[in-house]
Design a protein around this ligand. Structure first.
Ligand code: LAC
Ligand code: ZN
Length: 465
């Protein structure tokens, strides 16, 4: 697609739409918008604009469509697949001024929020009213809810409560043409034609720019219990995961962590944790509800399952400080791995009973290609974050041969009934692997959908496929 550069005239038009103060052109200030949390990638936009209303976004889209200028929407920049990187230059639309919770409707258990609201701030606001918004990615303290919608985000509590797909009722979206639409209705049921709300969720900013979000809320459980099971092997820990569900329990979180990940968190974060010899893997398991007896009984059943799978030790977090500490180990793992080594992160997901085969295969692939990996993730969903560590690998192996190893991991994932990404999205860095899972007919359908929404291909070009 032949795109145009932003000329002085177009820049003047951008400034007249959003105001001079909301436009960035200086290289040093553009740096912040040139990367996300994905490895070490940098792509600079020509210009950043920070609109504050759907009408301003619409005017920017019309302008860029007319002049064939690429437009990349950006939330908080916490993405892990390069989705917000302006790979073709052009205009980057930063959504940070869309930072208001517009309404919390306690009659219907719904809220209307702007996309630049920090996820945890929204969770806290509804928690204050006894309500739960359970979609809590590890980056909840810094990511935006709009980015979560765009990536179909998850997090630890998906296992009981579902992904963000279960909580988005309706979206206000600016289309590449500049037209502003609501995708659906503020209802819990929807059987009125193609579901554009669900199509927008996970579309990674390639079909439209979200400017308002109507969210479903649920009553907040009042009690929870947290336990940590220690295992002498990854596979034993992974075997126990599906057995917990077969025993009749759906935990509110069921996270897997490899020893190396925990070691790096301890080093990086100075967390006080007694890491015993011979322990290779952990399951962090939370149960929530409103009845203490039921929660105790569930914990007891889980304990029995863990014992049956050779769990060496089960630790119950008996204070909220202890719970916080255990969650901190899990939540800071991504940052700790990043600070420790050059790495690449994959986001494999399989039906949960196949986790033991997945992790075994990942380690075998590592031996074959000479890389170490640190795995952790949302085991209850079958979602494993695979961090491939450069370690002693030569630059040549890292830059050239590793792709084959990653392809083998994805081939295994697909053969187990899984797919490339459970929650981080495809963006820029995973798109080359898409043919491992998807056939030409999928690409044809996706291209057709993209064409209908964005006939000039200006919106977030170079992503997904
Ligand atoms: C996590 C992020 C990386 O689960 O998805 O920590
Ligand atoms: Zn995750």
């Amino acid at each position: 697609m032949p795109y145009n550069k932003i000329t002085d005239n177009v820049l003047a038009a951008i400034k007249s739409i959003v105001g001079d103060d909301a436009v960035i052109t200086q290289l040093s200030s553009l740096e912040k918008y040139s990367h996300d949390e994905t490895e070490d990638l940098h792509y600079y936009p020509e210009v950043v604009a920070k609109p504050k209303s759907a009408e301003e976004v619409s005017a920017l889209m019309r302008l860029c469509n007319e002049h064939l200028i690429p437009v990349t929407p950006r939330g908080a920049g916490t993405g892990l697949s390069g989705g917000a990187l302006p790979v073709m230059g052009g205009l980057l639309i930063a959504m940070e001024r869309f930072n208001k919770i517009l309404a919390i409707d306690e009659q219907n258990l719904q809220a209307t929020v702007e996309p630049g609201v920090v996820t945890e701030e929204f969770m806290d606001a509804v928690a204050g009213k006894g309500l739960l918004y359970p979609v809590d990615p590890a980056s909840k303290g810094s990511c935006f809810i709009g980015g979560n919608v765009s990536h179909g985000s998850g997090g630890p509590r998906v296992v009981k409560y579902g992904t963000i797909r279960e909580y988005i009722l309706n979206l206000e979206v600016v289309l590449p043409s500049g037209e502003i639409i609501w995708t659906g209705a503020n209802t819990l049921k929807y059987a009125s034609g193609y579901n554009l709300t669900q199509l927008m969720i996970g579309s990674e900013g390639t079909l439209g720019i979200i400017t308002k979000i109507v969210v479903k809320l649920i009553p907040r459980p009042t009690l929870d219990a947290l336990m940590l099971g220690s295992f002498s092997s990854n596979e034993a820990a992974c075997e126990a995961v599906s057995a917990i569900f077969r025993a009749g329990i759906i935990p509110s979180a069921l996270e897997f962590m490899e020893r190396r990940g925990v070691e790096w968190v301890i080093e990086h974060d100075g967390i006080n944790f007694d890491l015993k010899d011979g322990i290779e893997a952990f399951l962090l398991i939370e149960v929530d509800g409103n009845n203490q007896d039921v929660i105790f009984a569930d914990c007891e059943k889980i304990n029995q399952v863990l014992e049956a799978f050779n769990c060496k030790e089960v630790l119950f977090a008996d204070t909220s400080a202890k719970k916080e500490e255990l969650w901190r180990i899990r939540r800071t793992m991504a940052v700790s791995v990043k600070s420790n080594s050059i790495y690449k992160e994959e986001d494999t997901v399989v039906p949960r009973a196949s986790l033991p085969q997945l992790i075994k295969g990942i380690k075998e692939t590592g031996l074959k290609y000479g890389f170490e990996s640190v795995c952790y993730g949302h085991a209850g969903d079958g979602n494993l974050h695979v961090n491939i560590i450069k370690g002693k690998m030569s630059d040549d192996d890292w830059n050239n041969r590793l792709k084959e190893g990653i392809s083998e991991i994805f081939e295994l994932t697909v053969s187990l009934g899984g797919t490339l990404s459970g929650e981080h999205g495809i963006g820029l860095v995973q798109k080359g692997f898409m043919p491992i899972k998807y056939q030409p007919a999928h690409f044809e359908l996706w291209r057709g959908i993209k064409q209908v929404f964005d006939k000039n291909g200006i919106l977030n070009p170079g992503k997904i496929f």
